[in-house]
Design a protein around this ligand. Structure first.
Ligand code: 3UK
Length: 532
């Protein structure tokens, strides 16, 4: 065993028992890492050593930091954490802020100091912050002053959280001002935890997923070079928060790993994102399917000529959305399924492999299959539970649900999938979202995909609702496009439309019109709220 660089061993002490770990695969040559490594050093100090110091690195509102500048900021934050806030390697540090260069500097400062970064979505309330602080036994927090109130409200129930420092024209910056720009990073082991990411799960107690320095590096050498294939001249932009591993990877780790630059936007609604692509001449975009759908209808008003690669994740990408985006921009979306447990994307397709309705192929470094209820591998074409293994995998922080996500060495994501004859993985539904109506298994997203083909439909969500006769019936919640009349005639039109395009028994027997649909901060539909 490699000696830990941590003094506070809480994370290591609360890893799942060895027999509940997934099997890890390190077959790719690029996954051979040394025993000791600090991923913040690998990504930041190494970048400067390679001669990228003056290259543009992180860009925000009125901020343009080169690699050397981001490194200096991270080093100063690390010193404040250690000297003024008493951070000891292994301590958990809550990061609270909208995406910004300063939040990125805090992430690297924490990790260089041997701390464990615990991200939190900006919209979280005191109750949810308390759950995170208590579960991860968080001792320190770096918090954007504009989001301080909710954290203060949480503090009475968070006795472990003794050190809170605010940033954004606040104490952190004034303490950083007189620090030297160098800092010797803590010499961590490759299997020391550097990140606890909480699942954006739509129900229940949040789960903390623990990731090692090695996992961060592994995520940088699998999907990005093999599927995304961005270069040092690319400029990344997107909407997911850095507290969501989709955003952390796509908007921070991956661009820095290759010497590219990244635009961190505090708010990235579809219209803001479109404007930012034009203004910053961004070339690689990360956001959710609904955001692409919304942007497609306004794409004509912005100069998107700089854009060359667009990544969609977080939810299934409907074929209609892929098509709309291609018509609007000429760009073939790169779809990818990832999870907080796996850290990042593990099934995806390059532009030339992309196929409407399919997620893609296992990312190099990963293996995936579809299992039946007994854990046996199913033949192609049959719907079952998606299972995956690779260099990253699920390690919940002291959580009994480890045994649900990891079964016989496989990470079982909770998604129903089939593998088609070309080996492409085709998403069906969340396993617990499958609708069983009159003896038929119906995947809500398939009905959604059919509805989205109709010109009157802006957004929709399909769920199963209880029905005396059929057990469940298919019900669609539909947001209509401006100008379309949400009336009984449209209900009939949409029902007939679905019957024309997929098996008629899947048509929505009930349709309800809504002004908007409930979504998580990471853009996922909250189907459970529609079932209630
Ligand atoms: C669903 C998808 C179909 C799927 C994530 C990329 O979403 C991420 O992490 P979460 O923990 O959720 C994981 C679940 O979300 N999902 C995500 N992407 C797709 N379903 N097609 C997709 N392309 O149910 C999965 O199990 O919030 C995504 C990178 C990092 C991430 N954390």
């Amino acid at each position: 065993m490699i000696a830990s660089g941590h003094v506070d061993t809480f994370a290591r002490d609360h890893l799942p028992p060895p027999q509940q770990w997934p099997e890890f695969l390190f077959e790719l040559p690029e996954l051979k890492f040394p025993d000791r490594l600090n991923c913040a050093v690998e990504l930041l100090d190494r970048a400067v050593e390679r001669g990228w110091g003056d290259r543009p690195c992180v860009i925000g509102e009125g901020v343009h930091w080169s690699y050397a500048q981001l490194l200096a900021q991270a080093n100063r934050i690390a010193q404040v954490l250690v000297d003024d806030m008493g951070l000891v390697p292994g301590n958990r540090v809550l990061l609270r802020g909208a995406n910004s260069p300063m939040l990125a500097a805090c992430w690297f400062g924490v990790v260089k100091a041997g701390g464990i970064a615990v991200g939190s979505m900006p919209l979280l309330r005191a109750k949810e912050l308390t759950q995170i602080v208590q579960t991860a036994r968080v001792s320190h927090a770096l918090c954007d002053a504009r989001l301080a109130e909710e954290l203060q409200r949480a503090r009475p129930d968070c006795p472990t959280l003794t050190q809170v420092m605010l940033f954004h024209d606040s104490e952190l910056e004034s303490r950083m001002a007189n620090r030297p720009q160098g800092f010797r990073a803590v010499d961590t082991a490759i299997d020391d935890v550097c990140l606890i990411a909480f699942t954006s799960g739509t129900t229940g107690q949040p789960k903390g997923t623990m990731h090692f320095h090695r996992d961060v590096m592994a995520s940088c050498v699998c999907w990005p070079p093999h599927v995304l294939r961005a270069t040092a001249d690319d400029r990344f932009v997107g909407s997911p928060p850095l507290a969501f591993t989709f955003g952390l990877g796509g908007l921070l780790l991956f661009p820095l790993h290759i010497g590219a630059s990244t635009v961190l936007l505090e708010k990235a609604t579809p219209d803001v994102l479109l404007g930012a692509i034009a203004r910053f001449k961004a070339s690689v975009c990360f956001t959710a399917p609904t955001s692409y759908r919304a942007m497609a209808s306004q794409a004509g008003q912005s100069d998107l000529s700089s854009l060359r690669k667009c990544v969609s994740a977080g939810e299934a990408l409907p074929a209609a959305t892929r098509e709309l985006w291609k018509q609007a921009t000429g760009i073939e979306l790169i779809d990818g399924i990832g999870s907080t447990e796996m850290l990042h994307i593990f099934i995806s397709a390059r532009e030339d492999q992309a196929r409407g309705g399919a997620t893609g192929l296992p990312v190099p470094g990963y293996r995936a299959c579809v299992l039946d209820d007994q854990g046996r591998e199913l033949p192609r074409g049959q719907v079952g539970r998606l299972a995956v293994k690779g260099p990253t995998g699920c390690r919940y922080l002291a959580d009994e649900r480890q045994g649900t996500y990891v079964q016989q060495g496989w990470n079982v994501t909770g998604d129903a999938y089939l593998i088609d004859t070309d080996g492409q993985f085709v998403y069906q539904a969340r396993t617990d979202d499958m609708i069983i109506s009159g003896g038929y298994n119906i995947a809500g997203p398939e009905v959604e995909a059919a509805l989205l083909q109709h010109p009157a439909v802006a957004e929709c969500a399909v769920v199963g609702v209880a029905d005396d006769e059929r057990g469940q019936i298919v019900k669609a919640f539909v947001v209509v496009k401006p100008g379309a009349a949400a009336d009984a005639a449209l209900v009939k039109t949409l029902q007939d439309f679905v019957k024309q395009s997929i098996a008629p028994y899947k048509y929505p027997r009930a349709i309800e019109f809504r002004d908007s649909l409930p979504r998580t901060e990471t853009g996922k539909l909250q189907r459970f709220r529609l079932r209630q």
